[in-house]
Design a protein around this ligand. Structure first.
Ligand code: DQA
Length: 149
């Protein structure tokens, strides 16, 4: 059984109380449950994590890369939060490991401030999803499973 890595970046631990008009009422624990159910449905093992620290995300991407090298990774779904718009390090980590990556955002970043319109992740992502709310997570898991063929 291959593993789906789902990594969440800064402030996503505040889901449920953070700007509910933008991000909804679901907590990160709710999101993990949605993702776990989708992984169970699609025969994937789930590694679901959140951190507020950029370097921790880099380390976890490297860990996913090691699984990839062993043929044990389905891919990475990453909501890098604000680091999406700033982090060359995340771009380099995804590129350097060669993993299949889906970039995910809960909100439609293109309907928001201009500084959210640029992503350092998109050029190294296989696919980009935004604006589906937290339901984007199970949709992304289904897409990742589909990419396995
Ligand atoms: C986000 C969008 C980012 O612009 C923002 O910084 C976040 C969350 C989203 O899920 O919609 O923290 O990635």
């Amino acid at each position: 059984m291959k593993t789906a890595f789902i990594l969440n970046g800064p402030n996503l631990n505040l889901l449920g109380t953070r700007e509910p008009g933008v991000y909804g009422a679901a907590t990160l624990a709710d999101v993990e449950q949605l993702a776990a159910a989708a992984c169970a449905q699609h025969g994937l093992k789930l590694a679901f994590r959140q951190t507020n620290h950029e370097g921790q995300l880099v380390d976890w991407i490297h860990e996913a890369g090691q699984l990839h090298a062993k043929g044990e990774l389905a891919g990475l779904i990453i909501n890098a939060g604000a680091y999406t718009h700033t982090s060359v390090a995340l771009h380099d980590a995804i590129k350097g490991t060669g993993i299949t990556c889906i970039e995910l955002h809960i909100s439609n970043v293109f309907a928001r401030e201009a500084f959210r319109h640029h992503s350092y992740i998109s050029p190294v992502a296989k696919a980009v999803m935004c604006g589906f709310g937290v339901k984007g997570y199970p949709l992304a898991v289904a897409a990742l499973a589909d990419m396995q063929g």
